[in-house]
Design a protein around this ligand. Structure first.
Ligand code: ATP
Length: 609
């Protein structure tokens, strides 16, 4: 296919440069360049309408407009003086003729008059009557001749250099020569700088040039001014690095969200995965761009996920790219398993009792339309109409509106209760920037478990609370207690003080099994007719459980928390902030749980720090 630069006359480019040079004010200069560029683009589109992926671009012109950015053509190695000598020789000027002296001594005011110091301008006057009225070269031909000058000069092939300069002189007007000289000297002096040229070309041109140092890449990749850089990285069936979140302390959230409304999303604990779909063809890429299609399935009849989700998509969905988290789901407990629980979703065996579930939280492309530059609030609208979620296979990430730190703390408490690690907070106006973390508009908040500030505590389970909704038949939270230390060493404790409430941790296999073990021993706890037990509650039976268990039949569990805080809801007068069930202490008897004395010591210690 023909290149546009093989058709556009070099004269047109120079006329544009002349116009920019003469125009007053930055805006007028930019306007003239933009008209030229628009015409080029229009022509480009008509020439290449059957080949939208052509490598042809504005580059041949751009490298002449910004010669200082040239990285492909080797240096010409020619300065004004050398060029002057070539001209004198080619034009057959006598060495001491006024014109020859003007060229050689272009810096001296007496010879060059008003144009002193500007070789190109001086040459223009000398050449005015010696060059054709109108040039006849295309932009491509000029680039070829410049290539020839550069390579032959480097090869010390003077004769060839002379021939190329001769050809240029014979086929260009004096005005074109003036610009040509400036191109060779790598300084155009047209009153519009590099940043200005880039800005007219494309809003991301300067950024991309700074990263790649390649004018060619800028011109090819940013060919379409409507397509932004972050959209370019995103295309169907090719991997890209997903957007990331910045870890931030709770105190910083409101400011980071510009004191406006923001979204709080569930933070899924799995593997980041991007799903690309085009009809019946699927591809899955990890965060680092690794292809996991063989695992999850390239077609509706294969893999651990694709067969289950293929029919969930709405009929209008032909192609799409989704961003989300691949997690392990336990159909028995209806819970998402934690990543730490010795399984790897990327290599899950077929007979595992966990199944693969994809939790979707973003969309980057739908039926060919790219969304990276649409704000999140618009992207999630598309997401809502995309598919029908299916339990345990395909989940639409939830999000709620919030404005304050207090709301974040509440949400964080609930998340920790559900044994999640934290939250993801997102600015509704944020665009999708691949591989970006800082200032992206996505934040990660997690409880601040300061290492060493608080030890893990081993407490005994004394009660249980039933879950809500789907999980109303399961115990979703435990009530835990510490023991009143016996008077004589070696004796078993006889009384227990309620101390904290913690999510039951059905997301850990081991804890699920533990639930099974406790199952036969639960007894109903009726607040109105409280049973006689060795468990002491604060007045009013605050935090009374639905069921209780005799500590002697129970288990010791290890809990991690951020700190100990005052609380009248528990008999101890204090409780744990952000408690998280870590593991079952199979190695400990019920009687080995923490005592009130130990708890007191710990409180004093924590205050001291
Ligand atoms: P990072 O992934 O940020 O380098 P990390 O690997 O330690 O750090 P975390 O800090 O635990 O990960 O959490 C960040 C990860 O959370 C993201 O990379 C993403 O995979 C995952 N994630 C889970 N839920 C969401 C969500 N709703 N929105 C965005 N990312 C989410």
């Amino acid at each position: 296919m023909m290149a546009v630069s093989a058709t556009v006359p070099f004269t047109h480019l120079c006329t544009m440069l002349e116009g920019v040079d003469r125009a007053k004010g930055k805006d007028n200069k930019k306007k003239i360049f933009k008209e030229f560029l628009d015409k080029w683009r229009e022509f480009h589109n008509s020439v290449h309408k059957d080949d939208p992926n052509t490598e042809d671009s504005f580059y041949p012109a751009m490298r002449l407009i910004l010669p200082q950015c040239e990285r492909e053509r080797i240096a010409y190695g020619i300065k004004e003086f050398t060029l002057a000598k070539y001209y004198i020789e080619i034009l057959g000027l006598a060495k001491d003729s006024p014109d020859a002296l003007k060229l050689l001594k272009y810096r001296a005011p007496s010879h060059a008059k008003g144009e002193a110091g500007d070789f190109a301008a001086v040459a223009y006057f000398v050449l005015k009557n010696r060059c054709p009225e109108k040039g006849s070269l295309t932009i491509q031909e000029v680039n070829d001749l410049l290539d020839s000058i550069a390579t032959n000069n480097a090869a010390k092939n003077k004769e060839e250099v002379r021939r190329s300069i001769l050809k240029l002189l014979r086929s260009t007007s004096a005005m074109e020569q003036k610009w040509l000289i400036r191109m060779i000297m790598k300084e155009l002096k047209m009153g519009m700088n590099q940043a200005g040229v880039f800005a007219v070309f494309h809003p991301d041109a300067e950024d991309l040039f700074n990263v790649t140092n390649s004018l060619a890449k800028v011109c090819i990749d940013l060919r379409d001014p409507r397509v932004r850089l972050n959209e370019i990285a995103i295309s169907l069936f090719s991997p890209f690095k997903p957007m990331l979140g910045q870890r931030i302390p709770l105190d910083g959230v409101e400011k980071e969200m510009h004191h406006e409304m923001f979204y709080i999303e569930t933070k899924f604990d799995g593997e980041r995965m991007l799903l690309h779909k085009d009809g019946d063809t699927y591809k899955y890429f990890s965060r680092s761009g690794k292809d996991y299609t063989h695992q999850f399935g390239a077609h509706p009849l294969e893999g651990s996920l694709t067969p289950y989700i293929h029919n969930c998509f709405a009929s209008h969905v032909k192609s799409c790219i989704l961003d989300g988290e691949m997690v392990g789901y336990n159909p028995q407990t209806k819970a998402i398993m934690s990543k730490g629980d010795k399984f790897d979703i990327k290599n899950m065996a077929e007979d595992s009792d966990l199944q693969t579930m994809y939790c979707v939280f973003d969309i980057l492309l739908l039926n060919g339309q790219k969304f990276a530059n649409s704000p999140l609030r618009e992207r999630v609208d598309y997401l809502d109409k995309l598919f029908t979620p299916i339990e345990g296979r395909l989940l639409l990430g939830d999000r709620k509106d919030a404005r304050t730190k207090a709301e974040v703390i509440d949400a964080l408490n609930e998340a920790i209760d559900r044994r999640e690690e934290g939250l993801v907070i997102k600015y509704p106006g944020s665009k999708y920037a691949p591989d970006k973390r800082k200032g992206s508009g996505w934040l990660k908040v997690k409880p601040e478990y300061v290492d060493g500030l608080m030890d893990q505590v081993d407490v005994v389970i004394v009660g249980g609370y039933f879950g809500k909704g789907r999980r109303s038949h399961m115990i979703s939270h435990f009530l835990c207690a510490v023991a009143v230390q016996p008077n004589t060493p070696g004796e078993k404790p006889a009384l227990f003080h309620t101390f904290c409430r913690v999510g039951s941790g059905y997301t850990l296999k081991e804890l699920y099994q533990m639930g099974q073990r406790l199952h036969p021993h639960w007894r109903v706890f009726d607040k109105k007719k409280p049973p006689k037990t060795n468990i002491l509650f604060p007045s009013g039976y605050k935090e009374a459980p639905d069921v209780w268990i005799d500590p002697e039949q129970s288990l010791v569990v290890q809990i991690k928390a951020a700190e100990i805080i005052e609380s009248d809801k528990f008999k101890t007068g204090c409780t744990l902030r952000f408690p998280r069930l870590e593991k079952v202490r199979d190695d400990k008897e019920w009687s080995d749980c923490m005592t009130l004395d130990e708890l007191d010591d710990m409180r004093k210690n924590a205050e001291g720090k």
